[in-house]
Design a protein around this ligand. Structure first.
Ligand code: UDP
Ligand code: MN
Length: 290
């Protein structure tokens, strides 16, 4: 009876959101506030003792974002479920001490410094590929890869789990297709011709099953290597390659921009709750190069 009650509430909410699309043309759900019942799905997923690997990179001055990122994650990110953070940094001594919640743990990995932020950002794909390949097989069921210049403000839970999960970029969720900033030079492997493309996804958050994210990171890494050999770098770096990947490997679940907003102070009618957001940052202050 209880389950039926929850299902009815769930259905009601699905019908309730008429201001946004809650499904793609290939029938993948798009997760917005009001399209799921948190209590119900927590109850369902609790039966499965799942483990979620979560990767974050903080090199150079980006270590200053770690405290807020980790503390806020511990308030909102998969609370009550198993989470293992893998933190990659060139400055392990600057990693703050943050108290982990029950069943949450953090592993710090040292990586070499790089002097171009673009290389740091793109280099994540290969490190993730190798992490999944070499270590995660028996450790985790799902993985999320997140930017560090961010903060959590609301629930990010099991409603986000799926085989291949992309987050709609907060600047383009209501933009027409011709304004999406895909790579438009045919010389790049990230090229998407005019008239193609469904959504524009952020490179700051993506995830899914180990197998699917391994294939994603491997493919993006290979495509970026081909670009490098041809002396071309996609306009938005690995984000461009991610968008190309998602065009031909459709995500099984999309997260609305509630799951990566631009800045806590920016609003939009469709955004009923900001769960995770980029923090305002001065690029010149934190990046090693322009
Ligand atoms: N990053 C880093 N150190 C740097 C530059 C980038 O650790 O000097 C990592 C960090 O995890 C950051 C991600 O790469 O969140 C992407 O870079 P950034 O956030 O600057 O890109 P944006 O979100 O502004 O496009
Ligand atoms: Mn960022």
């Amino acid at each position: 009876k209880c389950l039926l009650f929850f299902l009815l509430i769930h259905l009601y909410y699905r019908i309730f959101r008429t201001d946004v699309a809650s499904v793609t043309s290939w029938l993948a759900p798009i997760i917005w506030e009001g399209t799921f019942d948190a209590t119900l799905i927590d109850f369902i997923y609790k039966q499965q003792n799942l483990s979620i690997a979560t990767t974050v990179f903080a090199l150079g001055k980006y270590t200053s974002f770690l405290k807020d990122f980790l503390e806020s994650a511990e308030q909102h990110f998969f609370v009550g479920f198993r989470v293992h953070y893998y933190l990659f940094t060139d400055l392990p001594e600057e990693v703050p001490e943050v108290k982990m919640g029950e069943n949450h743990s953090l592993t710090v990995r040292k990586v070499p410094s790089l002097n171009r932020w673009q290389d740091i950002s793109m280099g994540r794909m290969e490190i993730l590929e190798k992490l999944i390949e070499n270590e995660l097989a028996k450790e985790a069921d799902y993985i999320f890869c997140l930017d560090v210049d961010t903060k959590f403000y609301g629930r990010w839970g099991v409603e986000t789990l799926g085989h291949l999960v992309g987050v709609i970029h907060p600047w383009f969720f209501d933009a027409p297709r011709d304004r999406l900033t895909y790579e438009r030079r045919p010389e790049s492997q990230a090229y998407i011709p005019a008239g193609e493309g469904d959504y524009y996804f952020t490179g700051a958050a993506f995830g899914g099953s180990l197998e699917d994210v391994h294939h994603l990171t491997k493919t993006c890494r290979e495509q970026m290597n081909i670009d490098a050999a041809n002396s071309i770098e996609a306009i938005w770096h690995e984000e461009s390659h991610l968008n190309k990947y998602f065009l031909y490997n459709k995500p099984s679940k999309l997260l609305s921009p509630e799951y990566l907003w631009r800045d806590i102070n920016a609003g939009a009618a469709q955004i009923k709750i900001i769960r995770f957001s980029h923090v305002a940052k001065n690029n010149a202050d934190v990046r090693p190069n322009p």
